[in-house]
Design a binder for this molecule. Structure first.
Ligand code: 1CP
Length: 346
């Protein structure tokens, strides 16, 4: 896309003046959309959809068509990397992700190797296809999980409180570090490959870094994120967004990791986040997803409060504080989009 640098997303990421903030939502494609559920029924589940580039691309486009978001995020998952490492990702009906071969012995961790990009070809194929079909003015965001967030699923084998991973940090930090180092290589490689395949920006999800204590966050999550960011920056100037869930106190450190923007969850007000970040990078967020579970009026009022909380300046990418919930009425998403589009105070 040649006019990408004029898009609202790019301008906001560079903290340049914008007539209004760009808007896209984490998990904007998903089960709250009837058109997604229709495809899911036919395709037979999430992984089958994510691994089929035509279907993944179609699902990426669904929320763009319906709501006209200012960015698309590739329909995929952070757990494709450990799946490609041979851990056997699967989803049982109504449950979250699981691995059939989690890293539960020292031997399994010693045997672990970075994922072959060949095994992840479907992600890049979906990026190419999506870029070809998306409106030229809509940037495409690629993504990965942070090394620590991936390690949580890989070591524990499923979502939850991640007790095994947290215990390993105390009992065998050397083994945890080995997993983190391998994840660093794989995530950086996948982000670079997504950029080569047509993504204009990338995002790193540190959904579980907030489980770590203050000093440990630097040691077991942020230092690896910083390394991923520097590896990607060596190869490309695509903007990088880093989202840390429950990482409010870490925002100044996150903003200094070399990224272009930080994603903020709803536990930290944007006013506070701005003060903590001091204009160093752009800010993405942070409407509480539950605000979209009632009526369109309630959703619109809550979105207006987020806009007011950020205040009138550039450098804001409107988003939720976490993903769209599956029981969200699509009319509430429309109301939020309309509220942000009508906002002219920036
Ligand atoms: O149809 C279904 O049942 C599948 C639900 C689903 C979807 C729509 C999963 C399983 N993954 C996805 C897509 C997805 N996952 C995207 C697509 C782009 C988008 O629209 O945003 C992205 C960016 C992710 C990233 C992801 N997967 C994260 C990081 C963000 C976050 O939510 O914190 C995590 C932690 C995962 C793991 C995962 N995959 C799926 C689920 C339900 C989960 C979360 C499980 C848990 O809470 O532990």
């Amino acid at each position: 896309m040649n006019n990408w640098k004029d898009t609202l997303l790019f301008r906001a990421l560079r903290q340049q003046p914008v007539p209004r903030p760009p808007i896209w939502l984490m998990r904007q494609a998903g089960r709250y959309l009837p058109e997604y559920r229709a495809i899911r029924k036919e395709a037979g589940g999430f992984l089958a959809m994510a691994k089929n580039p035509q279907i993944a691309s179609e699902i990426t486009l669904q929320p763009i068509r319906r709501f006209g978001f200012d960015a698309a995020i590739l329909f995929s998952d952070i757990l494709t990397i450990p799946d490609a490492m041979g851990l056997g990702l699967f989803f049982s009906e109504g449950e979250g992700p699981r691995f059939s071969q989690p890293l539960q012995t020292e031997e399994a961790i010693q045997k672990l190797r970075p994922a072959s990009l060949e095994e992840l070809r479907y992600v890049m194929d979906a990026s190419v296809l999506t870029r070809q079909t998306l409106p030229a003015e809509t940037p495409l965001i690629g993504f990965c999980g942070s090394p620590f967030t991936l390690a949580c699923y890989m070591i524990d084998g499923s979502g939850g409180n991640f007790w095994r991973t947290r215990q390993m940090r105390f009992s065998r930090p050397d083994l945890l570090r080995r997993v983190l180092e391998i994840n660093t290589i794989s995530t950086a490689e996948l982000l670079c490959a997504q950029i080569d395949a047509g993504c204009q920006a990338v995002m790193i999800f540190d959904s579980w870094g907030g489980l770590l204590g203050g000093d440990e966050y630097e040691d077991f999550s942020l230092s690896y994120i910083r390394h991923v960011v520097s590896l990607v920056k060596e190869k490309s100037d695509a903007p990088i967004i880093v989202f840390g869930r429950r990482c409010g106190l870490m925002l100044p450190a996150l903003a200094a990791c070399g990224c272009d923007a930080v994603g903020v969850d709803w536990q930290t007000s944007l006013r506070m986040a701005r003060r903590m970040i001091g204009g160093k990078v752009a800010i993405q967020g942070n409407l509480e997803p539950a605000a979209l579970l009632g009526t369109p009026d309630i959703a619109a009022a809550a979105a207006a409060r987020v806009l007011a909380d950020y205040g009138d300046s550039s450098g804001h990418i409107f988003n939720l504080g976490h993903g769209v919930d599956k029981s969200t009425p699509p009319e509430c998403v429309t109301a939020v989009v309309e509220t942000v589009r009508a906002n002219r105070s920036h």
